[in-house]
Write a protein that binds this ligand. Sequence first.
Ligand code: A3P
Length: 276
Amino acid sequence: MIECFASNWEKVQSFQARPDDILIATYPKAGTTWVSYILDLLYFGQTSPERQTSIPIYERVPFLESAFPFMDTGTELLEKLPTSPRIIKTHFPVQFVPKSFWKQNCKIIYVARNAKDNMVSYFHMDRMTLTQPDPGDWNTYFQRFMQGQMLYGSWYDHVNGWWKKKQSYANIHYMFYEDMIEDTGREINKLCNFLGLSPSEQLKTQISGKVNFDSMKNNDMVNYSTIGVMDFNVSRFMRKGKVGDWKNHFTVAQNEEFDEDYKKKINPALNFRTEL
Ligand code: A3P
């Protein structure tokens, strides 16, 4: 855990969720911002259009456990949010989610991304983020990812843990980054069904247009260019937005080693696609 986040632990754990809060949970780099933006547009795109052009996504959808010294903590931002429902982001593995979310039976959206692309995206994020230690070389990073020695722990435990929770807690919508890439409109429909929303076809088409990769890449309110802790000369937050970029990073030997290890760790009920 980032040290400053850990020092705010009690405050986050005692966070009081409201019944209409919506939690977006992900392992870092699985498509959090994409789904956050879709939800923000679904709920507030019509009623508060100015919100989209003046408030960055990390303030519209606060990051629950965030406690950087240079900005309000996630819980502070949440207390100040004037709108409801509150859409909240977390990277917590399931066992760290504050108890009030379960007590209030909040709706939770879990976004999962295949491990190979998730690892590559995380590597580039770590290279450019000034608040995180340098990731080291690719091979060292690759080994650390397989061992789960990462910020937020093991990818395998994360996706398996949330999948297991879904079997006993009905209010989780478990979705996949690859499905979003394949057919964003279809996945927006599924989200609307889960959330009990029925936007017009016109609104859904508008949203699909705003949330495509190139639009988001060029939108300063969602591309993290305003946050100031990322060196965009090294990499971009909206970097490639593809399924299969791992092929440009994994060697043949690494891929074999990875697949062998993966089989032992992943819940076989979870079927990730590494190419489309
Ligand atoms: P890449 O680094 O592979 O490009 P998160 O928001 O969880 O940090 O995830 C960031 C990843 O999601 C980045 O992946 C980013 O490019 C990708 N992403 C964000 N918006 C996207 C979109 N509209 N379409 C496709 N990928 C998107």
